[in-house]
Design a protein. Structure first.
Length: 451
């Protein structure tokens, strides 16, 4: 007979979770039962474990926390809030807070990037290469297009990040050569004169006028600075003291140097084409410019286009010197001076000396000429310079070359005479044509009047 047929109510058990995490028996229909230590499971099923393998312990069910999230693994009987507030538990945020708390006070107040500004004023005659030099400093020398001519005053700016510093440079390019130098008084003021650097650009291809140009702009810079500081003599003394300090207060030639008050750079462009001149030309020019730059406390640089390997080295040294000059030497080390007259010259102010320039020998330049340099701008200076350049060449004449030169001179004279004759003949023809047209016009007017 079955249980249903007999009508006997037999107790059944249902598994419910207990406070200890094990399943406790539940009495149904008032029938008591013996407590069980494990929940009921189907015959043949495997008990789940935390780990797989030999010695694995059975997994027990834990009651859920009040927040509905599983308890912390590091503390089985603690809540997540307890684990987060525990000082022994560290994560990336607690580490950052500890480092910030232990950071020195001076580092907390210091800004992330220190801003350093400077102003560059480019001066020089037309077609001297001012725009090309500006592009080289701005790292725009890769452009293949020829720079357009500057009109009046052109302004541009550049900025870059380096060693946690923001370097800002303002470029002012003055066109018109010597004509527009008075424009400088409009933006060069006592409040910002300490941030300025003057750049004099001369063309070595015009060697006969190089000295006159450098002398003119050096005197002009001194005149501008003196006019600005006329009502503030203490400002001029501060500027001169800064120049002397940067030049080197222990330099043996310090008392013989004439400073303008602002850092000045002399750049001689087209040195690549000038290097094809005879060695005497190169050495004379290098010695003269070195003396002139050193006498006035200036930096001297040659610039040009060289083969790829030399050009890369030249550009690197070029920018290193300008960083040193523009930002007052702040953690910028200038490259080693190059004073060989047969190579591109680069000498930072204060790194040269009259002793390094050497005894002034006759084959390079006369002593009298060097005494005039930096002090005189008369035609006598130009005459002595040209005489020093050309001295000694008459001793190396060749008969065939001299005959060819005479022949070419005669051809040039005949060519000029022929061109003058053609021009005169054309002018006569034009005059006759204009006279014929005027006569024809008069006849037409007379015929119209008779009618």
């Amino acid at each position: 007979m079955s249980e249903v047929d007999e009508g006997v109510n037999r107790p059944t058990r249902a598994s419910v979770p207990s406070a200890t995490g094990t399943a406790a028996p539940k009495v149904v229909n008032g029938a008591d039962s013996t407590p069980q230590t494990a929940p009921l499971r189907r015959p043949g099923s495997a008990m789940r474990t935390n780990n797989i393998g030999r010695g694995a312990q059975p997994r027990t069910n834990r009651p859920p926390s009040s927040s509905g999230r599983p308890p912390s693994a590091s503390a089985p009987n603690s809540t997540p809030n307890d684990a987060a507030s525990s000082p022994s538990v560290k994560n990336i945020w607690t580490i950052i807070l500890e480092q910030k708390k232990n950071q020195p006070a001076d580092q907390k107040e210091k800004p992330k990037n220190e801003v350093m500004e400077c102003n560059l004023l480019f001066m020089g005659d037309d077609k001297s290469g001012k725009t090309t030099i500006k592009y080289k400093i701005q790292r725009k020398d890769y452009t293949t297009e020829e720079p357009s001519s500057t009109i009046a005053l052109e302004y541009s700016t550049g900025k870059r990040e380096e060693n946690f510093k923001t370097l800002v440079a303002h470029f002012w390019e003055l066109a018109g050569g010597k004509k527009l130098t008075k424009v400088v008084d409009e933006f060069l003021l006592p409040e910002n004169i300490h941030m300025w650097t003057a750049v004099i650009v001369v063309n070595l291809a015009k060697s006969a006028t190089v000295m006159d140009e450098v002398n003119f702009y050096l005197e002009k810079i001194k005149e501008i600075v003196n006019n600005i500081c006329k009502t503030r003599p203490e400002l001029l003394q501060k500027l001169l003291a800064r120049c002397k300090r940067k030049f080197g207060e222990k330099h043996p030639d310090l008392q013989q140097i004439t400073f303008s008050g602002v850092p000045t750079v002399i750049i001689a462009t087209h040195s690549d084409s000038f290097s094809s001149r005879p060695p005497l030309h190169l050495k004379t020019m290098a010695t003269s410019l070195r003396y002139l730059a050193h006498k006035n406390g200036c930096t001297l640089l040659y610039s040009g286009k060289y083969p790829d390997n030399k050009n890369e080295e030249h550009d690197r040294n070029f920018r290193a010197i300008f960083n040193y000059v523009m930002y007052s030497g702040e953690k910028f080390v200038p490259p080693k001076p190059e004073i060989d007259g047969l190579k591109p010259i680069r000498v930072v102010a204060g790194k040269d000396s009259f002793k390094m320039i050497g005894d002034l020998k006759e084959e390079s330049i006369t002593t009298e000429f060097l005494k005039v340099l930096g002090q005189d701008k008369t035609d006598d200076t130009k005459a002595k310079f040209e005489a020093a350049i050309m001295k000694g060449f008459d001793d190396y004449q060749e008969q065939s070359i001299e005959m060819l030169r005479v022949q070419k001179d005669e051809e040039l004279i005949r060519y000029r005479e022929a061109e003058a004759s053609k021009k005169e003949k054309k002018e006569q023809e034009d005059e006759a044509r204009r006279a014929a047209m005027e006569e024809k016009r008069q006849k037409a007017m007379e015929a119209r009047g008779q009618k």
